[in-house]
Design a protein around this ligand. Structure first.
Ligand code: FAD
Ligand code: SIN
Length: 524
């Protein structure tokens, strides 16, 4: 079956939905998500969304904090754009129904997180993402020009390759005509033709064994663009959140928001001793790369599986009021955070790199945009400042919508795209061929491409992944397409990109730390 939409949006997080709402006054929009509309990284965001809104704060401070966290390689123009456009986008979110907490005087109740010099994080209790996600879902469901396709999995973006042309490397002429999409309900593969396509498929956390990301975060959009010979960059900068609740039986790991450290919680080793003063004068509120590496060092030196986060010295009622979700979750695990220390360990959390885009969120492929976590705008550089990703997503969705609306009528649907061809394929003999490989990718990434890297570990990861790549491509060619095999293929592709780009960076910077090049390269 063929569908035709002016705008095809792949992904229903904050990036995809806010773009859809803005594009829909210019044409018909299809929005796809691979499971339910809710299941996205956005839904799980806790701490909040950074924007200058208070009189004591100003753009220069937010810009400076972002640049410092990014460790010298943020794109200054992008940082200024995001910080300055942020307040208007906060207004848009409020207009769509998002309710940010306010204090008794009616001002925003602002939180502070690592690397921020001011209290500037707007939030809805400790469930900001869920509040945003629910409000946007309500708005898109009410919009007559937006059609939702849930449980629809995008397999590949359509380019000249699907018209029989051989594209072996990136060129300026590649065009995107839409996507092949698997309907999980009917098992049919549909052709979605579009004038303009937006990729908003989120992060890659699920390529790691331990992650805060929901299982849908398999880097599909990045892998699709890479296979279509689009440009992908800065993949070595994987942010590990310092404080995921330690529970080896749970995947994904439950996050203990950094806002809790902003509120006064203190990191301690298993013997109850503070340690962050050894690593940074900002102690528990140093930027994430520093805190995650410090925890990793302490755990390795002591042979411990976790450290503690201590919030027991704070007023119990205040703690429950600010962090009701975390309080309940920990209580369900037998931890009363007002009395007990919380066991925490770092987990893969956020991808700073991704699909290379310009200031309009346009990719290196014509008619194709990307925004949100799958995109690399240059805002984060080598390390993202806390709570800067939701705001980046909504600012760039706005830029993408403006640009796409101005150009959409220059394009026609490409009716020459053939239907998906599954000739010669059959069901894979055994699911274990896929499920075991997924586990192996997770183990390779977590063990060899983690917080601290080395040439030897990266080479080992590369060689192991190469074997899985060959096996999986072989299986893919002869299998009836399923979401499972596509996701496996995608985590292998993004894993390869992370390793390759990490091998190319012969220095330690921000989130990329290697024992073979421990210094920053000042010749850049
Ligand atoms: P997502 O919200 O991840 O949405 C991705 C969408 O793409 C989903 O709908 C998914 O179904 C769809 N999709 C993916 N692949 C396909 C496919 N092949 N076919 C069809 N659909 C597909 N950031 C902050 O700024 N502040 C915070 O407080 C914060 N807290 C966080 C807490 C947690 C636990 C996590 C995991 C992240 C947090 N982040 C936070 C990061 C932030 O939430 C994400 O970067 C952001 O929500 C990403 O939004 P997105 O729209 O790009 O992608
Ligand atoms: C958190 O709440 O600690 C996560 C914030 C973020 O990832 O920006």
């Amino acid at each position: 079956m063929t569908h035709k939409f002016d705008f095809l949006v792949i992904g229903s997080g904050i990036a995809g939905m806010s773009f859809a709402l803005k594009a829909a006054d210019k044409g018909r929009v299809a929005i796809l998500c691979k499971t339910t509309l809710e299941e996205a990284n956005t839904f799980y965001a806790q701490g909040g969304i950074a924007s200058v809104t208070a009189p004591f704060d100003d753009f220069e401070k937010h810009i400076k904090d972002t640049l410092i966290a990014g460790d010298g390689i943020c794109d200054q123009e992008v940082v200024e754009k995001v910080v300055k456009e942020a307040p208007a986008q906060i207004e848009e979110l409020i207009n769509w129904g998002v309710d940010f907490d306010k204090d008794d005087k009616g001002n925003f109740d602002l939180h502070k997180e690592g690397g921020h010099s001011e209290f500037r994080i707007l939030h809805h209790k400790d469930t900001t993402g869920a509040e945003i996600q629910k409000s946007l879902i309500q708005s898109i469901k009410n919009h007559p020009n937006i059609k939702v396709f849930d449980h629809h999995f995008a397999i590949e973006i359509l380019t000249q390759h699907h018209l029989g042309e051989t594209i072996t490397k990136h060129t300026e002429n590649i065009e995107c005509y839409g996507a092949y999409v698997l309907s999980e309900r009917t098992r049919n593969i549909h052709t979605f033709l579009s004038k303009v396509t937006l990729i908003a498929t989120g992060g890659i956390g699920s390529s790691y064994q331990t992650t805060t990301n929901p299982l849908v975060a398999t880097g599909d959009g990045i892998a699709m663009v890479y296979r279509a010979k689009g440009l992908v960059k800065d993949m070595e900068f994987i942010q590990f959140h310092p404080t995921a609740l330690y529970n080896p039986k749970e995947r994904p790991s439950f996050l203990i928001t950094e806002a809790m450290r902003g509120y006064g919680a203190i990191l301690k080793t298993m013997n109850g001793k503070e340690f962050m003063q050894k690593y940074d004068e900002r102690k528990s509120l140093a930027p994430r790369d520093i805190v995650a590496r410090a925890i990793d060092t302490e755990m390795k030196n002591r042979g411990d599986d976790y450290v503690y986060l201590d919030v027991t010295h704070k007023d119990p009622e205040e703690t429950k009021k600010h962090f009701p979700n975390i309080y309940e979750k920990c209580l369900s695990e037998g931890i009363d955070i007002t009395k007990d220390y919380i066991p925490v360990a770092p987990a893969a959390h956020y991808l700073c790199g991704g699909i290379a885009v310009d200031l309009n969120a346009h990719t290196s492929i014509n008619r194709l945009y990307a925004c949100g976590e799958c995109a690399c705008t240059g805002l984060h550089g080598a390390n993202r400042l806390a709570s800067n990703s939701l705001i980046e997503a909504v600012v760039y969705a706005d830029s993408a919508a403006k640009h796409a609306k101005a150009t959409v009528n220059n394009y026609n649907f490409n009716e020459r795209i053939p239907a998906w061809n599954d000739e010669g394929t059959s069901l894979p003999e055994e699911m274990v061929l896929i499920t075991q490989s997924v586990k192996e990718v997770g183990a390779i990434m977590s063990n060899y491409v983690g917080i601290v890297r080395s040439n030897l570990r990266l080479k080992r990861a590369f060689d192991r992944l190469e074997i899985l790549y060959q096996e999986t491509e072989n299986l893919f060619q002869r299998s009836i397409v399923s979401r499972d095999i596509c996701e496996l293929r995608n985590i292998i592709n993004v894993g390869y990109l992370v390793i390759k780009q990490a091998m190319e960076r012969k220095e330690s910077r921000g989130l990329h730390y290697t024992i073979d090049y421990p210094e920053k390269n000042h010749l850049r």
